[in-house]
Ligand binder design. Structure first.
Ligand code: HDE
Length: 704
């Protein structure tokens, strides 16, 4: 029952009885809401704290008259609304963020004084933001794109930001090329498209003229850029950093995030369809997982190496287009990150969070990677135009959770209110103002730098093809076919023939067969000339750790299975298969032609999670189709049902069927193979659902 209205809601009700322009006396929506919610509500006020009596009508000179300029309530509200948007990030605008914690499981005390990497068992709060790179804030979640993987550790020694990607290398070797790279990949400036897509002339023009990008090209053309879920991506700090111990000794380190659920990707046709079916696919997936208590989790691992070891590598670790193969320097797991809390407010947290690779803590330092060096400037600078004030560090999501203070003062949106007359250092007038901490404070590694100043690129950065070749050679045949097909797709969208030819020329320096497959796919009569490499590529041993298929975990945990049913389906069979799936840690959704309830064979009713046309099979890792004869007959003429099974098959997924389900498969002309199983054989279905039917693909589509 509604409680006694508050003073404010009484006021609302009173004003609600005014005559509207149409002449009708109507109860105000605000007043009604108060009644319906039935609780005590705080007063709706202006930003000056003035209680608002009417939030439905502006101040008019008379019912048919103009609105008065005097209406400060209206003006304040509209003024604020007009300025709700802040500039979106120039890159990484579209993202999903979540809170969580990092827990250290193995101490790096020998290598670093950083408490976050030394104190085993200590939990450090984190905020993690996973993004696409090229698209605007409103673009879809699933373009072919690198994913940003940024983690802010709120350590007791200050904020440490590990701002990485889901690919361990980058396109360029020097920060000065970054604006060119981004201008090339973003929508073309004269036409304003394509949005969030690399498949266009300017991108491939720049790439074809930038041989150092070839290794990254292999990664982005692989299915790594088509993640199944943000919970199933790897993360990399990309650059080498330094760890510094109590004795001042430094060790190089590369950071890696490894998903607990294993690495998993979708395939291109599936991704394209997901973009239409659910543009928020990844954000929703993360939201639902965290809401259900299935907290995404990653291991943090490090590769540690000395300067001496680095000198023995057949590449320069300071070159961000190179990775250090795990076979050369093994990964050591040192902790885990769990994301267990969705933000309260998207704008306040995910949008306003400001990462910066320069945010480090004592015991960690930078390397001389020229890309990292440029990044150290860029992020602080961009926050000023995005967040509008030098005081952006005071926004709760950005503020350190340890005490912090200095003599910086004033500026736009200053939220702090310092006391006293001293705002400088050294001073003799204040006994408790902030001072330097010579022992525990941050110190840079004591590195000797010598040489000639100039705009230089190290000779050791000249090999652009060896690791590209290693990546390609390390893939399974299925993955190689996907890389070749992705290149054909992307380059087919390039209008200028000379750009296509230049790209195929580079591919010849990577792998002759890859170049041949792509040139055939592009309908070229002959192979274009390969550009002479700056240094001859050297053959590296294959690294299976670079695969996706090899790293996919044999599990259903964290995945989703859709069960397509209709009136007359067998309730017991549905129940059994749903149980088998949930027992494996996956979620189940019941799909039917109509949302609401389905009348099962025995007459009982079953609630439906998704309406067929709006819940295609691309949203699931495996499907079951359980239909009565009548159900199968009616769905045989329903294109959404035909697409449901055709796509499940086409996307190499396991399909469990009963007699009616098989009838629908027959109507849709779907073939039979080891991945199409009888629903009653749940063990076979679960085993097939844990993987994809890779062999099926060659029977379905022409891959390059
Ligand atoms: Fe960034 N990058 N970047 N980047 N980057 C930004 O900072 C930049 C690079 C990465 O979730 C911007 O706050 C330069 C590599 C992530 O908020 C900007 C260069 C890697 C995010 C910027 C690079 C990254 C950004 C845009 C070449 C992987 C999203 C908005 C020298 C190691 C962070 C912002 C978030 C964001 C500059 C290259 C990762 C403009 C100049 C390499 C994950 O400052």
């Amino acid at each position: 029952m509604a409680k006694k209205p508050t003073a404010r809601s009484t006021a609302n009700n009173k004003t609600a009885k005014r005559v509207r322009p149409g002449g009708a006396v109507r109860k105000g929506a605000g007043g009604e809401l108060h009644q319906r919610a039935g609780g005590e509500h705080p007063a709706l006020t202006t930003n000056q704290g003035l209680a608002v009596s009417d939030n439905q009508n502006s101040l008019r000179s008379h019912p048919a008259g103009p609105t008065l300029l005097e209406d400060f309530v209206l003006r304040e509200k509209i003024m604020h609304f007009d300025h709700e948007r802040i500039p979106e990030r120039i890159v990484h605008a579209r993202a999903t963020g979540a809170h969580g914690y990092f827990e250290l499981t193995s101490s790096l005390k020998k290598y670093t004084t950083a408490r976050v990497l030394a104190a085993v068992g200590e939990r450090t709060p984190v905020f993690t933001r996973i993004s696409t790179v090229a698209g605007g804030a409103g673009s879809v979640d699933t373009p072919r794109d690198v994913r940003g993987f940024a983690v802010k550790f709120y350590t007791q020694e200050g904020n440490w930001d590990l701002v990485g990607n889901n690919v361990p290398v980058f396109f360029i070797q020097d920060a000065i090329k970054f604006p060119d790279l981004i201008h090339a990949v973003k929508m073309e400036p004269d036409r304003g498209f394509p949005q969030a897509a690399s498949a266009h002339d300017t991108f491939w023009d720049f790439i074809s003229l930038t041989p150092e990008s070839m290794h990254m090209v292999m990664w982005i053309m692989s299915d790594r850029t088509l993640p199944r879920s943000l919970r199933m991506i790897e993360g990399f700090g990309v650059h080498s950093f330094r760890l510094i111990n109590a004795a001042g000794e430094s060790t190089f380190v590369k950071f890696h995030w490894r998903p607990k659920l294993g690495l998993q990707a979708t395939i291109w046709d599936e991704t394209v369809k997901i973009s239409g079916a659910d543009p928020d696919y990844h954000r929703r997936d993360m939201f639902e997982a965290i809401s259900a208590g299935n907290y995404p989790e990653w291991d943090l691992a490090v590769q540690l190496f000395t300067q001496k070891q680095a000198e023995s590598f057949p590449f320069d670790h300071l070159d961000p287009t190179k990775l250090i193969p795990e076979e050369l320097v093994p990964l050591k797991v040192i902790g885990r990150m769990v994301l267990d809390r969705w933000p309260d407010n998207f704008f306040a947290e995910t949008e306003q969070v400001a990462y910066c690779p320069a945010n480090i803590v004592p015991g960690i330092d930078f390397s001389n990677d020229p890309l990292l060096q440029g990044r150290l400037f860029s992020y602080l600078d961009t926050q000023l135009s995005r967040l509008g004030s030098v005081n952006f560090h005071q926004i709760p999501i950005n503020a350190p959770k340890c005490p912090f203070g200095n003599h910086q003062r004033d500026g736009h949106m200053q939220m702090a209110q310092p006391v006293g007359r001293v705002a400088y250092e050294p001073n003799s007038l204040s006994g408790d103002s902030p001072r330097e901490t010579p022992t525990a404070g941050f110190r840079s590694a004591a590195v000797t730098e010598a040489g000639e100043k100039g705009r230089l690129r190290a000779e050791s950065f000249a090999d652009h093809y060896s690791q590209a070749q290693q990546f390609y050679m390390s893939q399974t045949a299925y993955e190689q076919a996907h890389i070749a097909s992705a290149l054909v797709f992307e380059l087919s969208k390039v209008e200028h023939v000379h750009i296509r030819e230049a790209m195929v020329g580079h591919l010849r320096n990577i792998d002759a067969d890859l170049a041949r497959r792509v040139s055939t796919g592009l309908g070229m009569d002959k192979l274009p000339a390969a550009p002479p490499p700056a240094v001859p590529p050297r053959r590296m041993a294959p690294s299976p750790a670079l695969q996706i298929i090899g790293k996919m975990k044999n599990t259903l945990a964290g995945r989703a299975v859709g069960i397509l049913i209709a009136d007359g389906s067998d309730g017991a069979a549905i129940k059994k298969i749903a149980k088998a799936v949930t027992d494996e840690g996956a979620t189940v959704k019941i799909i039917a032609p109509k949302v609401g309830k389905v009348k099962l064979a025995g007459g009982s009713m079953l609630a439906v999670d998704g309406q067929l046309a709006g819940t295609p099979s691309v949203l699931f890792d495996a499907v079951a189709v359980l239909l009565s004869d009548q159900g199968a007959k009616s769905l045989a003429t329903e294109s959404a049902a035909i697409d449901f099974v055709r796509d499940a098959f086409g996307h190499l997924k396991a399909i469990a069927v009963d007699k009616g389900g098989q009838a629908l498969l027959d109507a849709a002309n779907v073939g039979r193979d080891a991945g199409v199983v009888i629903a009653s054989d749940r063990t076979a279905f679960i085993a097939a659902a844990k993987t994809r039917q890779w062999d099926r693909e060659k029977t379905l589509r022409t891959l390059a």
